[in-house]
Design a protein around this ligand. Structure first.
Ligand code: SF4
Length: 324
């Protein structure tokens, strides 16, 4: 068996909350709480959960855009979590991110050529002007834009086109892993499908590995080989996409799936409406974080004991005392 391209072990991120005259740490936001998974080369892991569940923080901790509190991340055998600044700069060529908001993530004062070319300059990947221009044209064409777009500014483009520019910028350094952080969430549904198709084509052409973060299970269904569902900083279920969609085991996954529309009008699925709101990540509930909203929670068990993520079928893990 080949070693995974990415290994994440016991990743934790807590954000301190400071207060008082001396700005002492008075509390902590438990954003990522002991997250572990492996990811193979050319694989896509969808990561799904409501806002505030820690999915974006997980993605950013993996790339060290945010410093993790503890845990290990290895990329192609290299220790990302312990890497020095210089080592991180080198690793940035292998690991890139596409952000959610194509309106906010592109500098409005830079031309498309300078936005895409910035990384080429930083990493000295195009020594001459001719090579620089040729690479930018190549990248624009790869994402479905053209050389005519080089000298234009972000405000001249639609949301979908801007996200294509964001993708071209990420691809400039020829990465192997791309974290797509809610990369299609701000786009209309029809444009979402186009961008997802583009990402799939690029994966096939370039052998990319994706972590595809979204808050909606329907968005990640077609692009993901496996899906991880997160709730209050923890992975509650992780499985091959087909298994997760056909046989969800965790009550939270069942509730999320029940909200996904089914294209076939003859198939009816009962909507599971969860009671209450997601508790605060400052003081997550003890035991199973989900017990305050779980329709089948057992008093004296779920509110006391933390369920481990256990294997229930090949490649399928679930964190629930009552599901196996
Ligand atoms: Fe529900 Fe208990 Fe399972 Fe948590 S461990 S999901 S509260 S049944």
């Amino acid at each position: 068996m080949t070693a995974p391209l990415l290994q994440v072990k016991n990743l934790v991120k807590q954000f301190p909350i400071r207060g008082g005259l001396l700005q002492r740490v008075v509390d902590r936001v438990h954003a990522v709480d002991d997250v572990s998974f492996d990811l193979g080369a050319s694989e896509t892991l969808g990561v799904v959960g409501e806002s505030g569940c820690g999915k974006s923080t997980t993605g950013r901790c993996i790339l060290r855009l945010i410093e993790p509190t503890s845990g290990q991340v290895h990329f192609d055998g290299k220790d990302v979590s312990g890497a020095s600044k210089a080592e991180l700069r080198a690793l940035a060529r292998d690991m890139q991110i596409i952000f959610q908001d194509p309106f906010a993530s592109l500098n409005p004062r830079m031309t498309v050529a300078s936005i895409i070319g910035e990384a080429l300059t930083i990493h000295k990947l195009a020594p001459t002007r001719a090579e620089y221009d040729a690479r930018i044209v190549e990248l624009l064409e790869t994402v479905g834009l053209s050389a005519d777009h080089m000298r234009r500014y972000p405000h001249e483009f639609s949301g979908g086109q801007r996200q294509r520019i964001g993708i071209a910028r990420a691809l400039a350094v020829k990465p192997r892993l791309v974290v797509c952080d809610e990369a299609v969430s701000a786009l209309d549904v029809s444009i979402q499908a186009q961008v997802i198709n583009l990402l799939e084509d690029l994966q096939e052409q370039l052998g990319l590995t994706y972590i595809f973060i979204a808050h909606d299970l329907s968005v990640v269904e077609h692009i993901s080989d496996r899906v991880a569902v997160m709730y209050l900083g923890r992975i509650v279920e992780i499985a091959p996409a087909k298994d997760l969609y056909s046989h969800p085991r965790h009550p939270y996954t069942e509730a999320l799936l029940s909200a996904v529309p089914i294209p076939d009008p003859t198939v009816k699925r009962e909507r599971i409406r969860l009671q209450g709101d997601v508790p605060s990540p400052i003081r997550p509930p003890p035991g199973c974080h989900f017990h305050t909203r779980c329709p089948i929670a057992q008093k004296g068990l779920c509110d006391v004991q933390r369920p481990e993520l256990k294997t229930v079928a090949e490649g399928h893990q679930v964190s629930c005392h009552l599901r196996s």
